[in-house]
Every structure is written in structure tokens, then in C-alpha cells.
Write a protein that binds this ligand. Structure first.
Ligand SMILES: Nc1ncnc2c1ncn2[C@@H]1O[C@H](COP(=O)(O)OP(=O)(O)O)[C@@H](O)[C@H]1O
Ligand SMILES: CC(C)(COP(=O)(O)O)[C@@H](O)C(=O)NCCC(=O)O
Ligand SMILES: [K+]
Length: 255
């Protein structure tokens, strides 16, 4: 079995693959204070929960956009699983060209998503990842990574709205009864939820102008469902796209 780990700014997502099938998967808080021993014990516990012994584990493939945690999780994998993880960066084999001014600067999760989309759906495509940030990635007809856009994520926007005002409360990101809110909570929910839907629709229309009418739209990330429910501009929702891409990169880099 293969363990895949996506280290995001808010969550660590982990998934166990048996062949190309994703089995058990988990979402943990990204805790910047945690030490390698703590990660090691936690990952061991998850493997056990997923019915996988250390002996059955073939390897670990990880992508991180939180550099201070990368080394600690690598250490944890070495010490507790006896495995040196494959860490995604622009130097490993990806099968795609990365057309960014500096390919080393693209977030590893964005590269992984692009690899998965090229293989699963083909280009041209726009990937929207609703994580801590909301990212848009453009994939060419050939499946190459062209670049994209980075917007503040919905959680970040909600936090800023509460922190930078005197009278606005913390809210849950839920659909309000109507776009015209009749109280503070509903008005904030409307601005956040429908505001982000409009942002996504607008960005996708602009990407489509660049990439052409055949562009596919794929959403992923922790908040993908809640936004895509409100619009028909997203054709495919794949919540575990990054884990799928990590599995593909592992296979590509074996020989
Ligand atoms: N099951 C869930 N229900 C509600 N929100 C969720 C759920 N899973 C994830 N989220 C939210 O998704 C966001 C994190 O998404 P994720 O794609 O993991 O981000 P990142 O990769 O930046 O860590 C957070 O705002 C988190 O609260
Ligand atoms: C844009 C991101 C912050 C998104 O991170 P996430 O929301 O997945 O935690 C991350 O991909 C990143 O740090 N990228 C590096 C800069 C870039 O891609 O241009
Ligand atoms: K992510």
C-alpha cells in the first residue's frame, strides 16, 4: 500500500492507496507546533485504523506548501515507517511542463493537481482548489501547467471580515435564505458564499477566454462542495484530486 500526504496550510490530508484505488483517507489540522515524534505516532495510528501494517507499506509520497513542516514529516516517516518519502518538487518526474517564471516557485499542491487532471480528464482545463487560498490553475490542451491565479480563501476572507470590524461576529459558512440578508449573519453568509460563487464564475469565464470553449472545469479542496453546489460552471468535483496526483507521481518516479 502507498501512503500519500498533502500538507496544506489548514489541513493535512492523508490517503492510503491499494493499487490505484484510494481506500482510507483522513483530514487533520495543520499544527505548526507538532514535532516529528508526534507526527510519527499519529501517522502510525492512522495506518492501523486503515488496516495497513508498516510491513505492508510500499512507500510514502508527499507534497507540502508549508516548508517548516516538510522536514518534520519526512523525519517522522523515516523513524516510524522506515520509509524515505518521495517529496514533490519541480525536480522530480511529472510528465508535464511547468510554464511559470520560476518553476520551483509553484506550490507543490498545484503541480500535483495538474498531474492528476492531465491523466484523469485531459486539457485544456481549469482547476479550482478551495483550500486556505482559492487557487485557479490553467492546464493546456497538451496537459502542461500554464500558471493561474491565487485569491484569498473563503476562511481567510471570513476571518478578516470578523477581525477587522467591531460589530461583525464569527459565522458558519452556510447558505443564507436569500441573497438579500435581513440580519448580520445572513448578510455575511450571502457576501461570502454568493460572493465566492461570483468570483469563481467570473474567473472561469476569463480562463475560458484564454483556454478556449473546450476547457473543462474541475474543483477540489475542503470547501469545494459548498461552493460548487451553487453554480453550474464547475463540471467535475474531485475532493481527493491531490491524493490521486500523489499516487500517480509515485508511480512515475519508481524506475
Ligand atoms: N468536512 C468539512 N466540512 C467543512 N469544512 C471543511 C471540511 N473539510 C475541510 N473543510 C474546510 O476546508 C478548508 C481546508 O481545505 P483544504 O483543501 O484542506 O486546505 P489546505 O490544503 O489549504 O490545507 C478549511 O477551511 C476547512 O475548514
Ligand atoms: C497558493 C498556496 C498558498 C495554496 O495553498 P493551500 O491553500 O493549498 O494551503 C500554495 O500553493 C503556495 O504556497 N504556493 C506557492 C506560490 C505559487 O504557487 O505561486
Ligand atoms: K491544497
Amino acid at each position: 500500500m502507498l501512503l500519500t500526504i498533502d500538507i496544506g496550510n489548514t489541513n493535512l490530508t492523508l490517503g492510503l492507496f491499494e493499487g490505484d484505488r484510494l481506500g482510507a483517507h483522513w483530514r487533520l489540522a495543520t499544527d505548526h507546533e507538532r514535532m516529528p515524534d508526534e507526527f510519527g505516532i499519529q501517522i502510525l495510528g492512522l495506518l492501523q485504523h486503515g488496516g495497513c501494517s508498516v510491513a505492508q507499506l510500499e512507500g510514502v509520497c508527499l507534497a507540502s506548501v508549508v516548508p517548516p513542516l516538510t522536514g518534520r514529516i519526512v523525519e517522522a516517516c523515516k523513524a516510524y515507517l522506515g520509509k524515505q518519502p518521495l517529496v514533490v518538487d519541480s525536480t522530480i518526474k511529472t510528465g508535464i511542463q511547468i510554464c511559470y517564471d520560476n518553476p520551483m516557485a509553484v506550490g507543490a499542491d498545484r503541480i500535483v493537481d495538474a498531474v492528476a487532471v492531465k491523466a484523469l480528464y485531459g486539457g485544456p482545463a481549469c482547476i479550482v482548489d478551495f483550500g486556505t487560498a482559492t487557487t485557479f490553475d490553467a492546464i493546456s490542451a497538451e496537459g502542461d501547467y500554464l500558471g493561474g491565479a491565487i485569491a484569498p480563501g473563503i476562511g481567510i476572507a471570513a476571518d478578516a471580515l470578523t477581525r477587522r470590524t467591531a460589530q461583525l461576529p464569527r459565522i458558519n459558512l452556510e447558505r443564507p435564505p436569500s441573497v438579500i440578508g435581513k440580519n448580520t449573519v445572513h448578510a455575511m453568509q450571502s457576501g461570502l458564499l454568493f460572493g465566492y460563487v461570483a468570483l469563481v464564475e467570473g474567473m472561469i469565464a476569463r480562463f475560458r477566454k484564454e483556454l478556449g470553449e473546450t476547457m473543462k472545469t474541475i474543483a477540489t479542496g475542503g470547501l469545494a462542495e459548498i461552493i460548487t453546489r451553487e453554480t453550474d460552471v464547475i463540471q467535475i468535483v474531485n475532493p481527493w484530486l491531490t491524493l490521486e496526483g500523489l499516487r500517480m507521481l509515485w508511480e512515475m518516479n519508481q524506475e
